[in-house]
Design a protein around this ligand. Structure first.
Ligand SMILES: Nc1ncnc2c1ncn2[C@@H]1O[C@H](COP(=O)(O)OP(=O)(O)OP(=O)(O)O)[C@@H](O)[C@H]1O
Length: 596
């Protein structure tokens, strides 16, 4: 079992060794329903072939002039057809339930698997591609079972019934159908071998096209602002055309399906063979009629297999893509048996180095934060400030060195215990398209009551602007909170953090997107949120730096100095420059951004 950051208790485990085994293990979960379906479908097909026998019997009775017998046969036929219809309904109903249950289970399995993947995994993925796998591929998997598997099983059980009835009629009559069957299976194998890679590529291309569409819709503002519509259109057209080409190729292979032609030839030979046996008085006219009727039923097997095999191919290709995503290795484990305790808030970085890829970003970072302290991190943009904070709650793991919380390596902590006590207020705050109250209560699993939500909002200086909306706390905010300004979003994030009352807070306040009117309120909110917890504060704001017990000065991934504001003012040239510029220029951002 690969590493996971999140698991569900009592999770049903499926065999992920190969797409076929995976599907079978899913079907196995509903084995009784599958077996019932198989039995019902088999009965339907035998009953249907039985109607051909009755037709032949009726012919013989007519030729003998036995009217009473014809009447009895007609009644038998009616009863058989009604039973056939009812049982067939039961079979279709069963398989449809199995198909939809399987799709639901597979979707849930993929979803849980995605929740358990590390941040590095999600950085590598394109959202559109994930969406294509979670929606289209899942539908393909469901279609593979019903109607795909249904048709294939139905075809083969009808074939079995046809062969048994012909064999009972006269064993010699099996000659042509059996020959046809051998040629049919050979051409079918050839057909699926040709179709398989094309349908796989078609699915892959669909994922790529979907990802482009998703990216364009998400980034529509940038496209419009930079007037790149033409380039985006071309890119999309190119990919949509590739998808079309695969689709056409798929169609061409399907169009070249040989068995239909072969069946026509086989039926002609069946007729000749039957006629020959009739002339030799080995079968009656009625039996010839039954035989031709049964042989004609082979059309059902032949025609349906074209489509059903396409569905099966697409389903297998879809399962492979879903499975590939679920099986992709993730770096961080939830560490279920790890250390669990109430966090006091002592953080120690011991010679920590880290890189997202090959290039090292952080080099030999060491510092300490005592419980309840506020540590400000300052440095030029891209120097690695946010990266330092991402190692605390194990969004990423260190490459070397250790990060300790209360003396325990973060890798030894139980992931849930660790993360549930650490909150992050990031620069780019993500708000769900739900009500404001739900967004604030998010970290509590929606378990907070209205008055505590409101209190948190008041402490975060957010209550007044929330109440200015017509629906107050019930106002639904758009995707990514587009209806709110940067300052409002930040205050909602602060309220969310206050509500969860984390022991460690990571606050990335390096954004300068706040208008000065709300600046004061934000400062108040931040000051409030820092109380009683260890805080790592990334900031460019001089007032906030002054609140800190210790300041880390980061340059190119190294902590070049650390100490209190006063100490650094005395000995650190970079720090002194920040402040001398601040006095002259009024804001330190310019200096920090300049790389000093
Ligand atoms: N997910 C990622 N994958 C690869 N490289 C990354 C990733 N995130 C950040 N980096 C790189 O790591 C370096 C440090 O980034 P980081 O975000 O920690 O800087 P920062 O000091 O917080 O910058 P800013 O003040 O602009 O937020 C940068 O060179 C950045 O390009």
């Amino acid at each position: 079992m690969s590493k996971r950051e999140f698991t569900v208790s009592n999770e049903y485990t499926f065999n992920r060794a190969s797409p076929a085994r995976w599907i079978i293990s899913h079907l196995f979960r509903y084995k009784f329903r599958v077996l019932l379906y198989m039995a019902l479908a088999l009965i339907t097909n035998f009953a249907f072939s039985g109607t051909r026998v009755l037709t032949g019997n009726a012919f013989d009775a007519v030729l003998k002039g036995d009217g009473a017998q014809v009447g009895i046969i007609a009644l038998k036929m009616l009863a058989l057809v009604i039973c056939c219809g009812l049982i067939d309904f039961g079979a279709r109903f069963m398989i449809e339930i199995v198909a939809k249950s399987l799709a639901r289970d597979a979707r849930e399995e993929l979803y849980v698997s995605l929740l358990g993947k590390s941040q590095s995994f999600h950085n590598r993925q394109r959202v559109g591609d994930i969406m294509a796998r979670a929606t289209n591929d899942m539908s393909q998997i469901s279609d593979m079972v019903s109607p795909g598997f249904d048709i294939i099983y139905d075809s083969f059980s009808s074939l079995l019934a046809i062969m048994i009835f012909i064999g009972i009629l006269n064993i010699q009559l099996l000659l042509v159908p059996l020959l046809y069957l051998v040629v049919f299976l050979l051409t079918l194998r050839l057909y699926s071998r040709r179709l398989n890679p094309v349908s796989r590529e078609m699915r892959e291309q669909f994922g790529v096209t979907n990802a482009i569409l998703n990216e364009a819709v998400t980034g529509i503002e940038v496209i419009k602002a930079t007037s790149q519509e033409e380039q985006e259109k071309e890119k999309f057209t190119k990919n949509a055309s590739r998808y079309r080409d695969f689709f056409v190729k798929n169609g061409i292979i399907q169009g070249q399906y040989l068995p239909t032609l072969l069946l026509g030839i086989a039926l002609a030979f069946c007729f000749l063979h039957g006629l020959f046996l009739l002339l030799q008085h080995q079968i009656t006219i009625g039996q010839l009629v039954t035989f031709i009727g049964l042989a004609t039923n082979l059309r059902f097997v032949t025609d349906m297999s074209t489509w059903s095999f396409t569905l099966a191919q697409l389903g297998i290709a879809g399962s492979r893509r879903v499975l590939d995503m679920m099986k992709e290795e993730t770096e961080i484990d939830e560490n279920e048996d790890g250390y669990k305790a109430q966090i006091q808030g002592n953080i120690v970085f011991e010679n920590v180095s880290f890189g997202y890829g090959e290039t090292p970003i952080l080099k030999n970072v060491s510092f300490q934060a005592k419980a309840g302290q506020t540590i400000a991190i300052v440095g030029q943009t891209g120097s690695g400030k946010s990266t330092v904070t991402k190692l605390v709650n194990r969004i990423y793991d260190v490459s070397s060195g250790r990060v300790l919380i209360d003396g325990q390596d973060v890798r030894d902590w139980n992931m849930d215990a660790l993360r549930s006590q650490i909150s992050t207020i990031e620069q780019d705050i993500f708000l769900f398209s739900r009500s404001i109250a739900d967004n604030i209560a998010y970290g509590m699993g929606q378990q907070a009551n209205t008055s505590t939500i409101e209190q948190a909002a008041r402490d975060a200086q957010a209550h007044d602007f929330i109440m200015s909306f017509k629906e107050g706390y019930e106002t639904v905010i758009g995707e990514r909170g587009v209806m709110l300004s940067g300052g409002q979003r930040q205050r909602l994030a602060i309220a969310r953090a206050l509500l969860t009352d984390p022991r460690i807070l990571i606050l990335d306040d390096s954004t300068s997107a706040i208008d000065s009117a709300t600046e004061d309120e934000i400062q108040k909110a931040i000051k409030r949120v820092l109380q009683n917890r260890t805080t790592l504060l990334i900031t460019h704001r001089i007032s906030q730096i002054r609140w800190a017990d210790k300041v880390l000065v980061v340059r190119n991934g190294e902590v070049i100095d650390q100490g209190t504001h006063e100490e650094l003012m005395q000995r650190c040239r970079t720090y002194q420059r920040i402040f001398s510029h601040y006095e002259n220029v009024a804001a330190p951002e310019a200096v920090l951004a300049s790389g000093e």
